[in-house]
Ligand binder design. Structure first.
Ligand code: SPV
Ligand code: MG
Length: 287
């Protein structure tokens, strides 16, 4: 088996930006791989949504790992688990890191908010930070629990909580000292001002990750600056699927199958093809 965490870790020191996309299941992961992206993001928002649940920590740690590893096994790409984890105890973190490693997941992202867990893009939700020093201890516990090359991403929610640039920087230095391999600087600003200011001010040893949902960014300008090494398009696939499926269901309800234009659908053979990737891979490896 390829060591996916070593692949992801090695790429973090290259000039190129690694671009990941959020998948809620194995089929989406295969589409992401086929389209040429670098890694899969197993995000709590889309996985919760696929269970018809709010992104509020209702899926347990082991269940989230099971879902992420199902996604991971469908592709050769590395998978990063968005594990929340910030409100877990140190011993829970150690147990989960060990399970994450045994399941072959390449990276873990932990965020520095207190429970109860809320989604960072929910403007009406409580977005309280946990103590920075307390979270640094959790990062250290996760880093020390690793027996492998698992990439540990500390997610800084200072901008989400309205705590500003200086607090984002203070936390980032602490987490990088504690053993984080990368810092996810999250923002839900309508433009890239917060993340750009942060990137300009950041002089630490580890690279940055961005999750551009509410603001546009240009991958080429980010690459030239050299501090951001990971980008995640976390929820665009699920949002696109909901849009297309809602429209198709309305047409189907109103006009039956005659109302569906064949060009709006992929063929059944295309689904067979996506289902068969594993078989082809096994065949290739044997020959
Ligand atoms: C997720 O995809 O679950 C994330 C990113 O954590 S966000 O929804 O933007 O907080
Ligand atoms: Mg999440």
């Amino acid at each position: 088996m390829r060591n996916k965490s070593a692949v992801l870790r090695a790429k973090l020191s290259e000039r190129q930006v690694q671009v990941g996309v959020g998948a809620r299941d194995s089929l989406e992961a295969r589409l992401i791989e086929e389209a040429g992206f670098d890694f899969v993001w197993a995000g709590s928002l889309c996985i919760s949504a696929s269970c018809g649940l709010p992104d509020e920590g209702l899926i347990s740690g082991p269940e989230l790992i099971r879902r992420a590893s199902e996604i991971d096994q469908a592709v050769d790409l590395p998978t990063v688990l968005d594990s929340d984890l910030g409100y877990f105890s140190n011993s829970q973190i150690r147990a989960l890191v060990s399970r994450i490693e045994r399941n072959g997941l390449a990276g873990i992202c932990m965020e520095d908010k207190t429970g109860p867990k809320t989604n960072s893009l929910a403007s009406d939700a409580k977005q309280d930070l946990c103590g920075a020093e307390e979270f640094a201890v959790k990062i250290r516990a996760a880093a020390e629990a690793r027996t492998y090359t698992t990439v540990l991403i500390a997610r800084v929610e200072a901008f989400i909580a309205g705590a500003g640039l200086q607090e984002a920087l203070r936390r980032s230095y602490l987490y990088s000292e504690a053993g984080a391999d990368c810092l996810a600087i999250h923002s839900r600003s309508p433009n890239d001002d917060e993340v750009s200011q942060f990137a300009r001010a950041w002089n630490g040893r580890v690279p940055l990750m961005l999750i551009p949902t509410t603001y546009p960014i240009h991958e080429s300008s980010i690459r030239d600056e050299g501090k951001v090494k990971m980008i995640v398009y976390a929820n665009q696939l699920t949002r696109a699927a909901v849009k297309v499926q809602t429209e198709l269901l309305a047409d189907l309800r109103l006009g039956g199958i005659a109302a569906i234009d064949g060009d709006d659908l992929v063929s059944v053979e295309r689904i067979f093809e996506l289902q068969g990737l594993d078989a082809r891979r096994t065949f290739r490896n044997k020959s």
